[in-house]
Design a protein around this ligand. Sequence first.
Ligand code: GLV
Ligand code: GLV
Length: 328
Amino acid sequence: MKVYITRPIPETGIELLKREGLEVFMNPEDRVLAREELLENVKGMDAVITLLTDKVDAVFFEAAGPQLKVVANYAVGYDNIDVAEATRRRIVVTNTPGVLTETTADLAWALIMAVARRIVEAHNYAATGEWKGWGPLQFLGVDVYGKTLGIVGAGRIGQAVARRAMGFEMKVIYYDKVRLPSELEKKLNMEFCPLEELLRRADIISLHSPLTPETYHMIDEKAISMMKPTAIIINTARGPVIDEEALIRALREKRIWGAGLDVFEKEPYIPEELRKLTNVVILPHIGSASHETRNAMSELAARNVVAVLKGHTPPTPVNPEVLQQGGD
Ligand code: GLV
Ligand code: GLV
């Protein structure tokens, strides 16, 4: 059976697919395929490993053909995939949750520290060679320890970010549409509160919600206006969860302290003004980008493919209802 991979991923998963006797085809170039290339290359495949930069919809499924059984997204987020359409066609969709949780939480923390302590701005200054000596008023930031951390979206990653806050003796408040079990709230020292209250109380707000019609522009002008003037907002989830234009205005007018962004509304486009502001730290969507985690994601995507093609239950299906429908 044939598997297509839309862009080179770590060898771990590719080797696993080959060991299982699958025929592996891959875009050999390290670039996003143009839409026409993608549609052409998936023709006749039984499985496709896709990336968050690949749009997977009815046209994609038509182009692949009726033998397609599984689309394994190499990401935890799957807003690039029309899952309802896949389910209608009885195509299994899988993602890579769990293996990237801690790595992404680490990156959210890297952004928190970088924004609070102006690390990038200070580095850039030091790197120019212009530094004339220690100064009592140089690069004053804001403290992180002991502050209130607001987690929006308390899934695995949100919880992992909260867990790290214990070492900083922070108060952690969270909002999610579903409340966590009370034992878990206790264990993680997380207090539930409505979103508006969180926006008003938090010193640092970190977003960990998937992108859905409900979370699109969840952080808009009105939400930003509720934040403290010293608030820091961190986004390692999906760009469109924030109204980027509203955020840029707030940063420009210094209505909040700063922002740390790993994701953007129209990736890879980052508005010039956002790139020029000194109260932001911007990263090119590297939340899960560690050697260990990308190897683990590759292997998990491959295990999902192998399981579906062998008629077994894959480790991390997004639409498990397809599996329960039984044979034709
Ligand atoms: C990356 O953004 C992912 O969803 O895994
Ligand atoms: C991702 O693994 C999440 O559920 O936050």
